[in-house]
Design a protein around this ligand. Structure first.
Ligand SMILES: [Zn+2]
Ligand SMILES: [Zn+2]
Length: 419
């Protein structure tokens, strides 16, 4: 019979790659906790309307990429394509805003987008998502960006480039939007079909278009910086001066518009050089209207999402401590020895010591081979004769030495080595 394979665009994460993932997750938990963030775990499935409202109808995600289906022909449900909308949905549903003035949350898990399969892109991909909900103090923005850079450095990434921009607020953004529409209308014939359509629906999306001629045009477009109101200008300056306290250098990129309409004020992106090319690792920004858009009170938020797969691929080899093999491999020969070994092996495991053995009763030679393959630090050779004589051979696989150990002291000896 033919084996069944995974669905196209869906991928297994195998060991030892999973060790890298564990390292990233552990570091995220440690760093985020220190900055006062708590973990939230969310369902993968949400009502479709959440993303229609939370991401926007006229976005590629909602238009083309969502896994949406009618549940038993009744309710339209969607596998989440991103986490922010779900975080806010949970925040509002459980009235977390009533419990504290600032809520700092993070979540790590899979997202789903039906993109065209290509190298390094998966339809189930993983993200680290971090959100702060509360007043839009510029220090909050700086704190979040600082934490993010600190985290990326901690997991071993170097040469990080931080780019910042401010997208203004409800007072000053419309004039910028109008200026962009006027500008785009003036050169409509140079835009791709998608972008021509975007002028009427979501003109700022043109900034994200990958078509070369659109990119060229956009480089001459008006900048938000020239439209910022005094409050937004002051907010943006405060973000930058707060960051400079920590020697975090950043580049102002006026073309970073992050095409979603709900973004306001601070937006940011981090890229790193890898294999000679600039790679975006993450993006994020402040959103002042998203909570209201989802039916909540007037509460501001700021957050970012990191693609886990990309991150894992950028971590230099040797940066994660590859966990060693088992401390002990028990090579048991003969029925009585197997019985003793089975009980010793599992007793030690329950004390937290990593021990392995074979139950197959294979030759000593092939068991030693297995111990080597597992990279075991010690091997205990236990045969029926050793049991009769109440002693066994404990072999140090690294130093290639061995000593006789009395069976009564065996457990104690192993515990001592483990310490
Ligand atoms: Zn403003
Ligand atoms: Zn275009």
């Amino acid at each position: 019979m033919k084996i069944i394979t995974a669905v196209r665009g869906f991928k297994d994460i195998l060991p030892p790659e999973t060790d890298k993932w564990r390292h990233i997750e552990d570091t995220a938990h440690e760093v985020f906790r220190a900055f006062g963030f708590n973990e939230i775990r969310l369902p993968l499935l949400e009502k479709t309307e959440l993303f229609r409202r939370g991401i926007g109808e006229s976005t590629d995600i909602v238009e083309k990429e969502m896994y949406t289906f009618l549940d038993r022909g009744e309710e339209s449900l969607t596998l989440r394509p991103e986490a922010t909308a779900s975080v806010i949905r949970a925040y509002l549903e459980h009235s977390l805003h009533a419990a504290e003035s600032v809520t700092k949350l993070f979540t790590i898990g899979p997202m789903f987008r039906r993109e065209r399969p290509q190298k390094g892109r998966y339809r189930q991909f993983n993200q680290i998502d971090v959100e702060v909900l509360g007043p839009d103090d510029p220090r909050t923005d700086a704190e979040l960006i600082l934490m993010m850079i600190h985290f990326l450095r901690r997991i071993g990434l170097k040469n990080l480039n931080l780019e910042l921009n401010s997208l203004g607020c409800a007072q000053c953004r419309p004039a910028f939007r109008d200026a962009i529409v006027t500008f785009l209308r003036g050169s409509e014939e140079n835009l791709c079909g998608d972008c021509r359509r975007r002028i009427g629906t979501n003109p700022l999306r043109v900034f994200d278009c990958k078509v070369e001629q659109c990119g060229e045009l956009v480089s001459q477009a008006p900048n938000m910086a020239d439209f910022l109101c005094p409050e937004c200008r002051e907010h943006f300056e405060k973000v930058q001066s707060s960051l400079s306290l920590f020697q975090i250098s950043c580049k102002i990129n006026p073309k970073m518009v992050r095409g979603l309409d709900y973004y306001t004020r601070t937006t940011f992106e981090v890229t790193t050089e890898f294999l000679g090319a600039q790679n975006a690792i993450l993006g994020g920004g402040r959103y002042d209207h998203l909570v209201q858009e989802l039916g909540g009170p007037d509460i501001s938020g700021i957050g970012f999402a990191i693609g886990f797969e990309r991150l894992a691929s950028l971590i230099p080899e040797g940066e994660t401590d590859t966990p060693a093999g088992p401390l002990l491999f028990i090579a048991a020969l003969g029925d009585r020895a197997l019985g003793n070994a089975f009980s010793l092996c599992n007793r030690l495991r329950m004390k937290g010591i990593r021990v392995d053995m074979d139950y197959g009763g294979r030759s000593l030679k092939s068991q030693m081979k297995r111990a080597n393959k597992l990279n075991s630090a010690f091997t205990l050779i236990l045969g029926d004769r050793e049991i009769d004589e109440n002693r066994a051979l404990l072999r140090n696989m690294i130093a290639s030495t061995q000593e006789e150990v009395g069976l009564d002291e065996l457990e104690e000896t192993i515990m001592k080595i483990a310490r």
